[in-house]
Ligand binder design. Structure first.
Ligand code: ADP
Ligand code: MG
Length: 445
């Protein structure tokens, strides 16, 4: 029996995607969950004996959303639902399992499973480790395509990794695998626009943050952002020459991630981050060497402010991190004022802006990508709302370096009121590089 299902243009793009990992994400109501279910049906019919898994984070969500959608779209003539197993069994031997991954331990349920396609609905509700674990369940010798297809809205625990894996990159290839992001807008969904014309109106009446997230499918920020004043359009600016400005660096060293920022301060006390180094797995001496190498010889760096723990002596060797870095050529290190909340308050002050009053701290476009990516993702700590949350740990390194740098300029506010008495910097150093030298980019996935 032939059965027709119409889909929107975006749903068709999702269904036709041949990428190894596809993410269809953005506004609520864009037809994403329907796309998952319809695509799963098409795949089952096309590839007899295939096996797929559709996941939601929790069981009640699965029962409320995916189960009824499959019942709505799957023709009874082709498949039957075995509710005790949450399994759709197709006459051609294909199967679609409906599952959930509430806690990390739930992955063990899928330990010995094999799937041709794994589908995450509301991917931003999952953690990156859950996602990566499930990728390993994608296998089988039947010759069918092996894919991960996901859908979701901005916000949630997985927001950061989904943004990093898909949204920030669009369509790309890595290690021979293809990734694709399809942005969802609610206006794409003609079905909903026709059946519930007031839906848009209801969404547009939500508070601003919720509206940007759900109606506009905006990934640039989400609920609970610590630096809610951060706006890419305001804080990220076209690079210009930092000649004659005061230059310094700030450093958060760690074996898991080293983040170093290059700062320029103009005569009015405005600050710019014009370069970054962001790399994992560096020894102290490698980090020192890379920082020196990334700095053109004619750039006069006044000092490098670093986390105070670098001054601790190692028990085994009796040598401190600073001594090792000095030995590798990075000199002029000073210990940062590590008052967390004070530092964060100062950063907020520097990022603050209003109509006609630009922020005091801005970032050169394309020169500090990791910092600009991580800063808006910081959330409030649940222990102390004035502090930032330490998770996910990965996003904290570049902002830590930023805090150390800000705290190294205690005279910042005085400087602003007395610009004329600024001394001039860099005079004896004739610069060759008029333009900002682009940052060193270190991808770390
Ligand atoms: N291809 C389709 N055919 C019929 N109705 C659809 C289709 N796609 C979406 N819809 C309608 O739009 C509504 C919202 O779609 P849904 O997939 O739940 O959106 P999202 O998951 O993006 O929030 C669905 O409940 C359904 O009524
Ligand atoms: Mg949905």
């Amino acid at each position: 029996m032939k059965k027709e299902i119409s889909v929107t243009a975006k749903q068709a793009e999702f269904i036709n995607s041949d990428a190894d990992e596809t993410f269809f994400g953005g506004a609520a109501g864009g037809g994403k969950s329907c796309a998952q279910v319809i695509d799963a049906l098409f795949f089952s019919v096309r590839y007899p004996g295939s096996r797929q898994l559709i996941l939601r984070r929790t069981f009640p969500e699965l029962e409320r959303s995916i189960v009824p959608l499959t019942k709505r779209f799957f023709p009874k003539s082709a498949a039957k639902y075995i509710s005790s197993k949450h399994l759709w069994q197709f006459k051609n031997g294909s199967a679609i399992e409906l599952g959930y991954l509430e806690s990390d331990g739930d992955t063990s349920r899928y330990q010995s499973a094999e799937y041709d396609v794994i589908r995450f609905d509301e991917l931003t509700h999952f953690t990156e480790s859950q996602y990566l674990y499930m990728l390993s369940r994608l296998r089988g010798a039947n010759g069918y395509p092996k894919r991960v297809k996901s859908t979701g809205n901005p916000g949630g625990v997985g927001h950061e990794f989904v943004k990093r894996r898909f949204i920030d990159k669009g369509e790309y290839r890595k290690n021979g695998r293809k990734f694709k992001f399809i942005q969802s807008f609610v206006s794409d969904n003609d079905f909903l626009m026709r059946s519930d014309p007031n839906y848009l109106k209801r969404l547009s009446e939500l508070p601003e943050k919720e509206r940007r997230r759900l109606l506009e499918g905006d990934w640039s920020f989400f609920d609970g952002a610590y630096f809610s004043e951060f706006k890419t359009a305001v804080h990220v600016i076209k690079p210009f020459s930092v000649k004659n400005m005061t230059l310094f660096r700030s450093l958060d060293y760690g074996l898991d991630m080293t983040a170093c920022l290059w700062w320029a301060v103009d005569k009015g006390g405005n600050m710019y981050i014009y370069r970054e180094l962001y790399q994992s797995g560096l020894t102290l001496s490698d980090a020192a060497r890379l920082i020196v190498e990334a700095t053109p010889y004619d750039e006069r760096i006044e000092y490098t402010v670093a986390s105070p723990d670098l001054w601790n002596r190692r028990q085994e060797s009796g040598v401190s991190g600073v001594e090792i870095m000095n030995g590798a050529g990075l000199t002029g290190l000073i210990a940062a004022d590590n008052g967390r909340v004070r530092g964060l308050r100062l950063l907020r002050e520097l990022l603050k802006h209003s109509e006609g009053a630009p922020p005091r701290l801005r970032f050169f476009e394309g020169c500090c990508r990791n910092l600009v990516r991580c800063l808006p993702l910081l959330t409030h700590s649940s222990r102390d709302p004035e502090d930032v949350s330490g998770t996910p740990h990965e996003i904290t390194h570049a902002p830590e370096a930023l805090r150390y740098g800000a705290m190294s300029r205690p005279t910042f506010f005085e400087r602003k009121s007395e610009p004329s008495r600024e001394r001039s910097f860099g005079d004896p150093f004739e610069r060759k590089n008029e333009e900002c030298t682009p940052t060193y980019e270190y991808l770390f996935e």
